[in-house]
Ligand binder design. Structure first.
Ligand code: TEU
Ligand code: CA
Length: 560
């Protein structure tokens, strides 16, 4: 496999609205991110992924773009963006833009034209169909954000397709003019000096030739028709030819329906599509198959199986992204770790070690590096996310679920869990803003915040920093980036154990996922090896003698 610069990189995701507010309007902004670049440089990351910053009505917080060539005024100006690119570069940090082109906002001029009449030249830039009957939409397809994926436009009497919110109409990728415009826009951003692109919901751009009803029992009704649709590879190869191949850029596609075979097709270097993808299998394990709001306990054996399968099946063929968190997912400590003050720090570190020593490019989501937890708001009024609010309305009004019950589910699952403002200090609003924040700050900012993490050498932050250093520049860098992977103790329900090997070097990663003590002994074949501990989340652990692992204990050891 050819070595690429991003094989040893670590990406940090910023959700601009919630990162740092520099001008006291309660909303994070680009100058705010610039102010915090030194902090990111201490963490040691290479790439800064910015969730969307273009002009948008913010119905879905920027994932609904109305002008691809300008910065949302809430966030700043194009000059601020240029400054951010320059200031980041000074610190060795590349900028990755989040490009949303499965759909636009309904306020995008293209859509305004498109909906103006059936004969408008831009009509065909979006997906318009007649209803199946006078009252029924063209098909039974569902949207990701609850309800039908079709919206009737009263004026022209036709329906438009929106796989996400009602105000996020899907672009018609079959139209070559649409594709050309998208590629032109991507080149414009790359010419500005960005070095990475995250492609939002990119596995949805190819719609089927014929439109008919989807079958029941799938994650989302209709998905077998439009997820990884017939022209997906054609479009991505074209995008690569027209855009990516002309620049030194790293690309990651968000593909929520990819299995490992699909992932190899997307990320294999010979196929020239994308560099890596975000898969979702590991985050789909703690909820019911077709309903993410219905949570079930995590089965560690299943999680290990999924992680190991992605490691082995992409090895030498494609490239993995490694992530626990993003702006759509609840916080990982609240999810696979523990928020109990006795275990929060240890479990956050353990989860970091389990992920970061695998093969792939790790992504850290803002606040993950200090072990931020879910929001747990006590009323629906405190939530902002469109997906959450749609679910609440439907659950309460159509399914008659008790308000309290619906709120309980939301507390665990809502995307706002990830979006509460970054906790910088124990000051008012966690030091995020001196105004009223757009979304409530988690009250635990009193104890969980950047300032105190930086002062405590045993903090989650320094553990992440250590993992970043191990990958980027250490005697283990090559092994972490390119080594083989092998899992041990597959059926152990408490401990995740894997070995990475490169030539005669090997490290063993041992992670306990439970809050009680569990017995652990070195796999038999290593009985006679010398064990040298490289990293551990309990400061008093110096050796790995056979015996017990403490709650959430994690040990990374070289076997010599
Ligand atoms: O998400 C696409 C996607 O697959 C989501 O449906 C995801 O599974 C869901 O949010 C989990 O709750 C992307 C963005 O990451 C998301 O923030 C946007 O809302 C969405 O696209 C529409 O642009
Ligand atoms: Ca601001």
């Amino acid at each position: 496999m050819n070595k690429m610069w991003w094989h040893k990189s670590v990406v940090y995701q910023v959700y601009p609205k919630s990162f740092y507010d520099s001008n006291s309007d309660g909303i994070g902004d680009l100058p705010g991110i610039i102010k915090k670049l030194d902090y990111l440089a201490i963490l040691g990351i290479d790439i800064l992924w910015l969730s969307p910053v273009c002009v948008s009505p913010m119905y879905d917080n920027g994932y609904d773009v109305s002008d691809y060539y300008a910065i949302a005024p809430q966030f700043g100006t194009l000059e601020d963006m240029d400054r951010l690119i320059g200031e980041a570069a000074k610190r060795g940090i590349a900028i990755m833009m989040d490009i949303v082109v499965n759909h636009t906002s309904d306020e995008h001029p293209w859509f305004i034209e498109s909906r103006s009449s059936i004969t408008n030249p831009k009509r065909d830039w979006y997906i318009w169909r007649d209803g199946a009957t006078e009252k029924l939409p063209p098909t039974n397809w569902e949207s990701f954000f609850t309800g039908s994926a079709w919206e009737l436009d009263e004026k022209t009497g036709q329906y438009y397709l929106h796989l996400f919110g009602r105000r996020q109409p899907d672009l018609n990728w079959e139209n070559p003019l649409v594709r050309d415009e998208v590629y032109r826009m991507m080149r414009w951003w790359l010419d500005k000096g960005i070095k990475g692109i995250r492609l939002d919901a990119i596995d949805l751009i190819s719609k089927p030739e014929r439109y008919y009803d989807g079958k029941d029992g799938n994650t989302i009704r209709g998905m077998e028709l439009w997820a990884n649709g017939p022209n997906i590879d054609t479009y991505l190869k074209e995008m690569n030819r027209e855009v990516f191949s002309l620049y030194d850029v790293v690309t990651v596609g968000e593909t929520s329906f990819a299995d490992t075979k699909r992932a190899v097709a997307f990320s294999s270097p010979e196929r020239k599509e994308m560099d890596m993808i975000f898969q979702f299998e590991h985050l789909n394990l703690d909820h019911e198959e077709i309903d993410k709001w219905e949570r079930i306990p995590l089965d560690l054996v299943k999680l290990k199986r999924v992680m190991s399968r992605w490691q082995t099946e992409l090895h030498g063929k494609g490239w993995n992204s490694l992530y626990w968190c993003n702006h759509d997912q609840p916080r990982i400590v609240s999810r696979f770790g523990s928020t109990d003050p006795r275990y929060r720090v240890q479990s956050a570190k353990m989860l970091a070690a389990a992920l970061h020593l695998m093969q792939g490019t790790p992504f850290i989501y803002q606040g993950e590096e200090i072990g931020m937890t879910n929001a747990a708001f006590d009323s629906i009024e405190e939530y902002n996310d469109i997906d959450t609010l749609n679910y609440y309305t439907k659950a309460v009004e159509e399914h008659g679920i008790e308000r309290k019950e619906a709120l309980k589910k939301i507390n665990r699952v809502s995307r706002d869990n990830a979006r509460t403002p970054m906790q910088w200090s124990d000051e008012k609003n966690g030091g995020f803003t001196s105004a009223e924040p757009w979304l409530k700050v988690n009250p635990n900012c009193r104890s969980i915040n950047v300032a105190s993490a930086l002062q405590d050498k045993d903090s989650v932050f320094y553990f992440y920093r250590k993992l970043v250093q191990l990958r980027r520049h250490s005697p283990y860098s090559d092994l972490i980036a390119y080594g083989d992977y092998r899992e041990f103790c597959e059926n152990n329900e408490a401990v995740f154990v894997y070995l990475r090997t490169l030539r005669d070097k090997r490290i063993l990663v041992i992670c306990s996922f439970v809050e009680y003590e569990v017995p652990f002994s070195l796999p038999f074949e290593f009985k006679h090896y010398k064990v040298s501990v490289i990293l551990t989340n309990y400061s008093d652990r110096r050796e790995l003698e056979n015996g017990m692992l403490r709650p959430y204990e994690s040990i990374v050891a070289e076997l010599l």
